[in-house]
Design a protein around this ligand. Structure first.
Ligand code: ADP
Ligand code: MG
Length: 248
């Protein structure tokens, strides 16, 4: 092999690894009943991006999120997240894979009988972080989401916006590489929706790759991020600094 060939090969290897952190190639997902939820979706997301996923109810957004979490496997196609081939990944490797993902849902999913501190600490106990470290980390992450004074409160004593901040703190405390949020502002008023989105933006500015499924037209249009629009299981548009496409 000549020096020129070697250089070319090195160049290609770098390009192959690239910056891509999420890859879907021709992914389809059919449930037992009904039309396929995803039908030949290809999507490439680089490390550090902020991406909105929008589209009508039933267009396949949550199915896409569940595939990225490896909660589901595709019927066909290729999915790679952070270097893990999610079709071939061994079951015993899934917990290690998920450790690098933070996830937030519309309905918060907090432990109702535990206080704010315990809800957030729980995520660290699962991965066996020491109590000493947890005591240092939890107040710091609660301060980041603006909840420093609420650590003793139970979820029912908090507003929806506050509960979503707790869920966000829990998603972030293990310093995930990717944060996935499936309609995180779906149950919030406009003011709290904006505050949560601004937090997501701040998290992204600190280096985390962020994917947000949302119906919030006003926020999507004003934030000027990449917007992937889905319709009936396919991606119908993918725009840098995009907006919300009117359905009808
Ligand atoms: P979105 O999040 O965009 O509203 P989903 O991904 O939840 O869409 O759903 C996409 C399609 O797949 C819908 O038609 C929905 O009814 C169907 N679907 C979702 N989950 C299941 C399931 N567990 N079993 C059968 N069909 C499902
Ligand atoms: Mg959904």
């Amino acid at each position: 092999m000549t020096e020129k060939d070697r250089k070319r090969r090195r160049g290609r290897r770098t390009a192959d690894l690239g910056n891509e952190i999420i890859t879907l190639e021709n992914v389809s997902k059919a449930y037992a009943t009904g039309a396929p939820a995803l039908n030949g979706v290809s999507l490439h997301i680089n490390r550090g991006e902020f991406v909105f996923i929008v589209g009508d109810s039933g267009s396949g957004k949550s199915t896409l999120i569940k595939l990225l979490l490896r909660e589901l496997t595709p019927t066909s196609g290729y999915i790679n997240v952070m270097g893990y081939d999610l079709v071939k990944i061994k079951h015993r490797k899934i917990p290690k894979f998920r450790r690098n993902l933070g996830i937030v849902f519309q309905d918060f999913r907090l432990l109702k009988d535990r206080n704010v501190y315990e809800n957030v600490a729980f995520a660290q106990r699962i991965i066996q972080v020491s109590n000493k470290e947890i005591k240092r980390n939890v107040p710091s992450i609660l301060a980041t989401v603006g909840l420093a004074g609420k650590y003793k409160a139970k979820p029912r004593q908090l507003s929806g916006g506050e509960q979503q901040r707790v869920a966000l703190a829990r998603a972030l405390i293990n310093r995930p590489t990717i944060l996935l949020a499936d309609e995180p502002t779906g149950n919030l008023d406009p003011k709290n929706s904006w505050e949560i989105m601004k937090l997501l933006e701040q998290i992204n500015e600190n280096g985390t790759t962020v994917l947000v499924v949302t119906h919030n037209r006003e926020i999507v249009n004003s934030m000027q991020k990449r917007v992937v629009t889905m319709k009936k299981g396919i991606i119908v548009s993918d725009e840098e600094k995009g907006g919300y496409i009117d359905e009808d």
